[in-house]
Design a protein around this ligand. Structure first.
Ligand code: HEC
Ligand code: HEC
Ligand code: HEC
Length: 426
């Protein structure tokens, strides 16, 4: 009797295993010889270029700007390091032998041409929303880039996370295919599809999927903090549609400061060629998401926040106050009724108001280059300041320029980010 039960259970396990294997199995799509450039009209290639920008393909697939799209960029995950692939049309090391069908399957289902499952560091769960027409144009653009022979380094993911077949289980749990309804607005289509904005701005769960019910609540990703864009935004001025438009178009908003860190690439490389209509559509979509404010509200919220910060600063006798007044205020002081777009105002800035201090630490240590933030404008770096001075400065800013609780472990975080940036200081 017992023997029969055991045999039955073993049999059942084997059947379940085979069924899972069959579900996980994807066939390979036959290689083809690379399509010649003449296959594609210039119009399609041009549209594809704009789309590739919106999808930020270049940022993730380029390590050396002389070798665009040749891959090899490292993604640190909780499970080890993964490298982006070469997506130039090189037949051996890139995707030169991929048909349109193989390309579409990778973009929409996260399956490589040979049938192996791709990891979701590649934002295919978003790209699943991209239309047929847009995929064709993207394919035309990708297949007409310069073919570069380059192998990315081997991934160093820990066992069992290294097993690609197991990604089928991840997909079963977290991947729903296309998520947009047929009547999605243009802004939603761009943000939730190619733009994959939530890939950075939504927190992730323990296995790297975007956490449910926390859309756009802000997240730490690749050592930058992508601030909340939902009603959870920490800044005192609610985003208006116009400020969102200006930020996404030019990389700077008078009430929110500049787009730097990994957002600099999104604005200054990714969205540069997107039309004003598309940027406007994105602004409208995010204005709806954050329940945003009106222009009149913004002006008064801003004036109140700046005035409060200035009063508290005047009453502060702290070491941080002296450091700020001597080191920073000459460029960051504002008239409360008329803040200057060239002088990001600390009391309005998410780097100071957010729950996570990463951006404030990094901007202060590393400065901001002329390509990031406002084009052609730089902010000097302060890596030569001691950790103790930086802690005093940041504690002062947090206390006087926001109404939010103090940050924990500032000293350790400053030290960790120094080491990360190669800014080690004796
Ligand atoms: C957030 C980073 C990121 C962005 C943005 C991104 N990719 Fe990738 N992509 C990756 C990573 C990482 C991989 C490798 C995944 C793996 O090995 O499982 C990858 C893999 C791929 C593959 C599969 C290649 C192969 O050999 O299996 C294709 C095709 C691809 N990307 C195309 C694109 C295109 C086109 C865009 C822009 C629309 C894009 N990617 C944007 C990170 C990204
Ligand atoms: C690669 C990661 C990444 C992607 C993708 C990304 N963002 Fe960001 N975003 C960031 C980071 C990091 C910041 C903080 C930058 C700073 O303060 O200078 C930011 C800042 C912002 C801000 C300003 C928030 C504030 O309070 O200062 C807005 C608005 C924004 N992003 C919108 C978008 C939109 C819209 C998209 C999609 C089109 C997008 N982001 C895609 C990383 C990303
Ligand atoms: C010489 C003028 C100057 C000084 C001094 C200066 N800054 Fe800046 N800062 C700027 C400019 C200009 C920008 C915008 C940079 C850009 O867009 O490229 C900026 C940007 C920033 C940002 C990013 C704001 C945002 O919108 O995301 C932070 C944070 C910041 N500064 C903090 C400081 C701190 C802290 C100090 C003192 C330790 C300081 N700055 C000293 C000119 C200065």
């Amino acid at each position: 009797m017992i023997k029969r039960i055991v045999v039955g259970i073993v049999g059942l396990v084997i059947v379940v295993f085979i069924v899972l294997l069959l579900l996980a199995w994807e066939s390979d799509i036959a290689p083809q010889s690379p399509p010649g450039a003449e296959t594609f009209s210039q119009e399609r290639i041009d549209r594809g270029r704009v789309l590739a920008g919106i999808g930020n393909c270049q940022s993730c697939h380029t390590t050396d700007t002389d070798q665009p799209y040749a891959g090899g960029l490292a993604f640190e995950t909780g499970f080890g390091t993964l490298y982006s692939t070469n997506i130039t049309p090189d037949p051996d090391t890139g995707i030169g032998q991929w048909s349109q069908e193989a390309f579409n399957r990778a973009m929409r289902e996260g399956v490589s041409r040979d049938g192996s499952h791709l990891f979701p560091a590649f934002p295919y769960p978003h790209f699943a929303n991209v239309s047929e027409q847009d995929l064709e144009d993207l394919y035309a653009y990708t297949m007409t880039r310069e073919a570069i022979s380059a192998e990315p380094p081997d991934n160093t993911l820990r066992f069992p996370f290294s097993i690609r077949l197991l990604q089928a289980g991840w997909k079963l749990l977290y991947f729903d295919g296309p998520t947009l309804a047929g009547d999605a607005s243009r802004g939603e289509y761009l943000a939730e599809g190619l733009g994959h904005c939530s890939a950075c701005h939504t927190p992730r769960n323990s296995v790297g999927a975007e956490a449910e019910g926390q859309d756009y609540d802000g997240a730490l990703i690749n050592d930058w903090f992508a601030p909340a864009l939902s009603a959870k935004q920490s800044t005192p001025v609610a985003w208006t549609e116009d400020e969102l438009f200006l930020y996404l178009r030019n990389g700077v908003s008078v009430y929110h400061g500049v787009a730097a860190g990994s957002m600099a690439d999104v604005v200054h490389q990714g969205l540069v060629e997107a039309s004003d209509e598309d940027i406007r559509a994105l602004a409208r979509y995010f204005h709806d998401i954050n329940g945003g404010g009106s222009d009149a509200q913004a002006a008064s919220q801003s004036a109140t926040a700046i005035r409060t910060a200035q009063e508290r600063t005047a009453n502060s006798l702290s070491r941080g106050e002296a450091l700020f007044t001597d080191g920073c205020a000459s460029c960051h002081y504002n008239n409360p009724d008329e803040p200057n777009i060239m002088r990001p105002e600390m009391s309005l800035n998410s780097s100071v108001t957010a729950d996570d201090p990463t951006n404030l630490i990094r901007f202060t240590l590393e400065g901001i280059s002329d390509e990031a933030g406002i084009q052609g404008v730089v902010m000097p770096g302060y890596a030569y300041w001691s950790n103790a001075d930086l802690v005093a400065l940041f504690e002062f800013l947090r206390e006087t320029h926001t109404d939010r609780p103090a940050w924990d472990n500032l000293e350790q975080r400053i030290q960790a980010l120094r080491e990360h940036a190669g800014n080690g200081k004796e």
